[in-house]
Design a protein around this ligand. Structure first.
Ligand code: FES
Length: 157
């Protein structure tokens, strides 16, 4: 099992003192990406604890609604992680997911949300180190971007 079992989206953490720690949700396909996460855990590779893994059967199930609900629910960044192109267990779910992410980036940009808050990654089941690297890189990117749209729209207090 990875260090971070699949979790349901939860309410955002209240703002507190100290550096901003983003909340990131990683939608991982149950085959390659989740296995890579599992391997990262087995190898005791470090990746940020603020990256929550949500297991999906295939990234073909990842769409704009899922991503927007996560952002609306308090996530500061969201990514889908699926099998390498050509290796999707449902043929082309990962290709469709990439197209959706590309489209969603444009939609987010058009409403003033940084498109970097969503991303699509591909990796094989044996890429535990790559999984950890992606989690660190994406979390770092979101930390630089600051709180996501849901956090920013909350009234002070
Ligand atoms: Fe992994 Fe489709 S089964 S992306």
């Amino acid at each position: 099992m990875p260090d971070h079992p699949p979790t349901e989206p939860r309410s955002p953490a209240p703002p507190g003192p100290g550096p901003f720690e983003p909340r990131v949700i990683a939608f991982c396909c149950q085959y390659c990406a989740y296995s890579a996460a599992d391997m990262a855990g087995s190898m005791r590779l470090q990746y940020p604890s603020n990256v929550e893994i949500v297991l999906v059967p295939c990234t073909g199930r990842f769409d704009a609604i899922l991503a927007l609900k996560a952002l609306e629910g308090g996530a500061d960044g969201v990514y889908a992680a699926g099998c390498l192109e050509g290796s999707c267990h449902f043929l082309d779910g990962n290709v469709r997911a990439r197209k959706r992410v590309t489209h969603l980036k444009k939609e987010l940009e058009s409403v003033g949300v940084d498109p970097g808050r969503v991303e699509m990654y591909n990796l094989s089941a044996s890429q535990g180190p790559r999984f950890a690297e992606i989690a660190r890189e994406f979390s770092g990117r979101i930390a630089e971007l600051g709180p996501g749209p849901a956090s920013r729209s909350k009234p002070p207090g």
